[in-house]
Ligand binder design. Structure first.
Ligand code: GLC
Length: 520
């Protein structure tokens, strides 16, 4: 049996509002046509799959993660015909299309919630989580919502009850304990599977199973949002249902769970016995600092959590919820280049976030221009496609400010410069594709000097060693077996083809051919 496509894929996240506006729908907001326009660029870069953040009808309190209709396209982004054309274009270029599925909550504008709220007797009442006030009239429990860190409950004057929302009050939680909800949400998956999508990124999917008693979160963690604490057997049962549905389709349709638990072992449990999620995001590394000891530990923990259960890992450094990693790591492009080597050579499926291949920094958003209630605007700055004043976007100004240096740091300019970070990403993806050890090979950490991380990737007939210098000074790596004489396949600083030698330069990362695994 051949491996499913997603095990060898390089995935690329598109946040559609910020990708490219072709003039459809709202001015200054990206659209599906903008994605179609730039698919060729993604094929040139070498990505195998795109994950597109929500483009469904939504009032936009959480910029699309509050869905008012799971089975349509918001006119702001286009229409279903454009979506179908996008899928056809992507497939013609060999790019898979993964869309975002938001199962834990809907928008307050979703007809299900409108009905649910209309009366305690309405048949949809139990599709959401309604409870009477606590004895003191306050919320039914101590859960905290995750975007403004307020109570996870809102009181509905008309019916005298509270409804649960683990995110904004405009994002009421669905009640997955109700089989009608399970069935309706499975239908939304079928809708898109039938249209040919290759899978789903499943938003905070570990949250769908809840403690039926809605007990308080423990006092010692009571300040944390409930989303990072919810770890329930009920979720696992739902994931098995969802998996069986996906597996009933041809073509290895994939589920990628956003399991926002910061303990990698708990994340790994959501793969089940290969009968729950196909892959999960593991966010602990994203929150790790740019520090060799911290990364060594993250790599070790991921291997010990995922490998014994045959769970295929994922790696992600940036997304639409966190400051871009170049910004987080202090702003140096040299470091962003070294981080790219790490991301694209670790064992598992890497997820790039649009614009990291340009080395973008976060946009600087003046407090008066702030859009997101949770302050995540910086990483959502629009992608500059060229050096013109509108950077390849329709209209005069996008919904958020351009990232810094867009006149120089744009796609057209960096494509013209073979030494750019964009070309580094392209080379990395190409080397990955032609080096079996980097795709499906095993991985083992290798002892290396303080301030560096080294690991060997190997399969039957090839072995490469990856070395990353996290320090801003030269480091002698001659103690790392076979590296000195090995040929550099890629360096973030030097040309390839030479022996690696004993010294790594500041912030340098290298991939070195180190021969047969047994030949050390
Ligand atoms: C996920 C999304 C985030 C959103 C939240 C609620 O964490 O990535 O953007 O705000 O879920 O849907």
């Amino acid at each position: 049996m051949t491996d499913p496509w997603w095990k060898s894929a390089v995935a690329y996240q598109i946040y559609p509002r910020s990708f490219c506006d072709t003039g459809v729908g709202a001015e200054g907001v990206g659209d599906l046509g903008g994605i179609r326009r730039h698919l060729e660029h993604l094929a040139w870069l070498g990505v195998d799959a795109v994950w597109i953040s929500p483009f469904f009808p939504s009032p936009g309190f959480d910029y699309g993660y509050d869905v008012a209709d799971y089975c349509d396209v918001d006119p702001m982004f286009g229409d279903l015909d454009t979506f179908d054309a996008l899928v056809a274009d992507a497939h013609a270029l060999g790019i898979k299309v993964v869309i975002d599925w938001v199962p834990n909550h809907t928008s307050i504008d979703h007809p299900w919630f409108v009905a649910s709220r209309s009366s305690p007797e309405d048949p949809h009442r139990d599709w959401y989580v309604w409870r009477d006030p606590a004895a003191d009239g306050g919320p039914p429990n101590n859960w905290i919502e995750s975007l403004t860190m307020g109570p996870a409950w809102t009181f509905d004057d008309a019916s005298g009850q509270y409804y649960l929302h683990c995110f904004l009050p405009e994002q009421p939680d669905l009640n997955w304990a109700n089989p009608a909800v399970v069935s309706a949400m499975c239908d939304t998956l079928r809708f898109w599977l039938d249209r040919g999508v290759d899978g789903f990124r499943m938003d905070v999917v570990h949250l769908i199973g809840k403690d039926p008693s809605l007990a308080d979160d423990p006092a010692e963690v009571a300040g944390l949002p409930h989303v990072v604490l919810n770890d329930r057997s009920e979720t696992h049962a739902h994931l098995r249902t969802i998996r069986a549905l996906l597996d009933s389709y041809d073509g290895d349709r994939v589920s990628i769970g956003e399991v926002y638990l910061l303990d990698t072992e708990l994340v790994a449990e959501h793969y089940g016995n290969d009968d729950e999620l196909h892959m999960c995001f593991n966010f602990a590394p994203l929150h790790a600092p740019w520090d060799a000891a911290a990364w060594h530990e993250q790599i070790r923990v991921a291997a010990s959590a995922f490998d014994p259960r045959g769970a295929w890992p994922t790696w992600v450094l940036s997304n639409h919820d966190n400051p871009r990693h170049r910004s987080r790591y202090g702003g140096s492009e040299a470091r962003a280049r070294a981080a790219a080597v790490l991301l694209l050579t670790l064992r598992g499926t890497p997820f790039l976030y649009m614009g990291e291949e340009l080395g973008l920094l976060d946009a600087e958003v003046d407090p008066t221009q702030r859009r997101d209630p949770a302050g995540r605007d910086g990483c959502r700055g629009p992608i500059p496609w060229d050096g013109t004043p509108t950077h390849g976007w329709a209209g005069d100004s996008p919904w958020l400010p351009w990232p810094p240096d867009a006149a120089r740091r744009n796609v057209a300019n960096l494509r013209d410069d073979p030494t750019s970070i964009l070309h580094l990403y392209r080379r990395l993806i190409a080397i990955r594709r032609r080096t079996a050890a980097l795709v499906g090979g095993a991985s083992e950490l290798v002892d290396s000097p303080d301030g560096t991380v080294a690991f060997r990737r190997f399969d039957g007939d090839s072995s490469v060693t990856v070395l990353v210098n996290f320090l801003e000074r030269n480091v002698d790596v001659s103690s790392v077996a076979d590296v000195v004489d090995g040929t550099v396949l890629l360096s973030t600083i030097r040309p390839p083809g030479e022996p690696c030698g004993a010294v790594l330069e500041p912030d340098e990362a290298v991939i070195v051919a180190t021969g047969q695994p047994g030949g050390r």
